[in-house]
Design a protein around this ligand. Sequence first.
Ligand SMILES: [Ca+2]
Ligand SMILES: [Ca+2]
Length: 324
Amino acid sequence: MLKINLINDVLTFECDDEKFECIDKPLFTGDGNAINVVFNHKGFVITKTFTFSEVEVNGTLYNSTNGVLSALKTLCEVFKKGGGVTPPTPPIDKGVGQLFLQGVTQSSGRMTNHFQQIGILPTTDPYGKGASYPDINNENGVCGKIVDWVLVEIWGNFAQTSGAGNEDFTDYDLLQSKALLLRTDGTMIDVNGKNPVFTGSGDVRVCVKHRNHLAGLTVLKNFSELNFDFSDINNIQEAMYEDSTQLIKHNGKYCLYGGDMNNDFYIDATDSSLFNIAKPSQVVNTYNKYDVNMNGVLDDSDSKMISTNTAKSVYSSITYFNKR
Ligand SMILES: [Ca+2]
Ligand SMILES: [Ca+2]
């Protein structure tokens, strides 16, 4: 049973154990025994499909889509005239956890910051997000010891595009993305030297990307419960989508795999080929994408990492998702 009620200018949808509120006038479409509702929920546009055998709209039972849609139309006309709309609940703010990269994680449990030490990190992020940190090559700057830029995304509004119970090819919306600074201790911080703040609600996944490492994706979690640490052995199964095969245990840390040269979310022979093409014309100590271990040269240590990971046929869970 789907229950829809308008009380004190708040429209609520309740179905099984799900309950949503909307404060703006929603949009409805319907077919058969399902209705689609598009509404604003705590600052996000949410699309929900409710399937039903019966719907109760303000206490009256309906068992056909047409009847429901007609009742909702009437109800929304009242809703629209209601006035005095309650302000939305302030969205929740969240920071994000730690991240380690296979190419640069040392036995000390820290990552190297060679690029910063020789002064070649770019002051503007390489992901086109417009983030800027002019002091990036200064270890004593407000952001400290920086390994490189990373990209963190918040995904939401998931809908399966294949069979029930099968999460292959799930559609999603990119809700937020930020280029952040990865420090040698694995923490990801914003260009102001503080924890990054993401704002949101509802069920989300967090995606982490790096220029030459295999991107990772977390399990589905409510934004209010979001708390992950990619390096923590006890938390890793929970944090990353489905299993830990997106990550490699390296020098005691769970790390993103090194060597996705073309950022297609697989490490395979194409990546090795791209490295071999780039290697002969390298210029030492440049911010080179193909320098997987970020030590300033393209050499056997990079190619060995790529070929070893290729042999493991590693890929990211991102390959099961499609961005709308
Ligand atoms: Ca690849
Ligand atoms: Ca290298």
